[in-house]
Design a protein around this ligand. Sequence first.
Ligand SMILES: [Zn+2]
Length: 474
Amino acid sequence: MNSFKWRLTILCTLALACFPHAAVAQQPVAIDLVTLSAEARIWLTDLLRINTSNPPGNELVAAKYIAAVIEKEGIHTEVIENAPGRGIVIARLSAGAVPDPPRALLLLAHTDVVGVDRSKWSQDPFGGVIKDGYLYGRGAIDDKGPLVANLATFIAIKRSGIKLGRDLIFLAESDEEAGGTGMDFAITHHWDKIAAGFAINEGGRTIMKDGKVLYVAVQASEKVSVNVAVVATGRSGHASIPIKENAVVHLAAAIEKIGNWETPAKPNSITRRYFEELSRVSDPEMAKWMRALDTAERQQQAAKRLSEADPVWSSMLRNSISPTMLEAGIRVNVIPSEARAMLNVRLLPGEPIADLVNDMTKLVNDPQIRIEAEPFNRQPSPPSSLDTDLYRAIEHATQSVFPGAVTIPMMSTWATDSTFLRLHNVECYGVVSFPLTEEEMARMHADNERIPVASIEKAVALIYSSVAEFVKAP
Ligand SMILES: [Zn+2]
């Protein structure tokens, strides 16, 4: 659909929402999403120019910028400093005099970004450069782009004068990429200001292929990251006299076994639904295996084929293990008495780490090897329900903004702050509404992160349309 047509669709949705309330004091006004998207582009460019690489973050400058944009609309906005130079932004559009947290919708994004290797970038990562139709910048995809889609939506809802059936809360938090202290601070100290029954956060994806959006994947669950140490102990000695107990050799053998071990496939309800929906827009051969995942007889074979086809699918289907760090020795001519490796494990939610450690210990079967999970700060959270009006609103928005695309729930292999919210009974959906190809999506956290300038309109339209349907008074 061209931009004019989807603009009309959204105006119609709004009109339906507003006409019954035409008699109320504030007359609803239609939103011009093209103009709104042009404003969003300016906000995004400005935010990309504020370097919030974490560490150290320095998100306060970005927080103040965002607050000024919201305040200009006549909405009371709070910037709360959670540490020197760091801060979160909170604003609210109220449906009534008394808040009703279980009904409220929270729009959440983070202002910090991961660091860059400037030498690998073709453009200044903090210059807000537009070249050949792309806006470059660290954070364009993660998470300043989605933040600006939330910001534009929040402001547009205010400008539209829609009669709200529930509160809409805006939160821009800090320190998502390194410590998670921003979300922890917001929940621990200001829960009364952000308490909601529903949330939209990062974590999903809107995937384009051959110029057409195939699907909008909505993150409804996530794996749990646990670091595990593998420690080999042995006897130290002079390197001129090789010994069988050499800790380096034992560690290398253990890592070889663990690294090549394919843990059993255990598709959960979200992953099964993911493949079921994805099969509708996949090539027939792959679609056959996606559907076979739900059949008892062919599940294991299907899991094998899907795992071979895509490492992301492989990780979605099982507890995954990546060896990431090695440490041994102090001198090249000294056999060390200890060697260590670190594994980054991503557990399926609900799977105990102790069981996996036991399985690895049996697999390695070496008395010189000890395997120990480190304590982890993110507890597994329950998946969000797919049977909610918000999930359905996202489905409807997908249909109107990207006709023919499907909405797919997903369990992400990566972690987000949604886990903290899900532990507080918030139905939380991860949506990255910028239509991007797989190649463009892979630039997140990588070199030359960028978004097509043209994707901003669609990104704003998807979030706006979802939120407008959900928050309007019945
Ligand atoms: Zn992020």
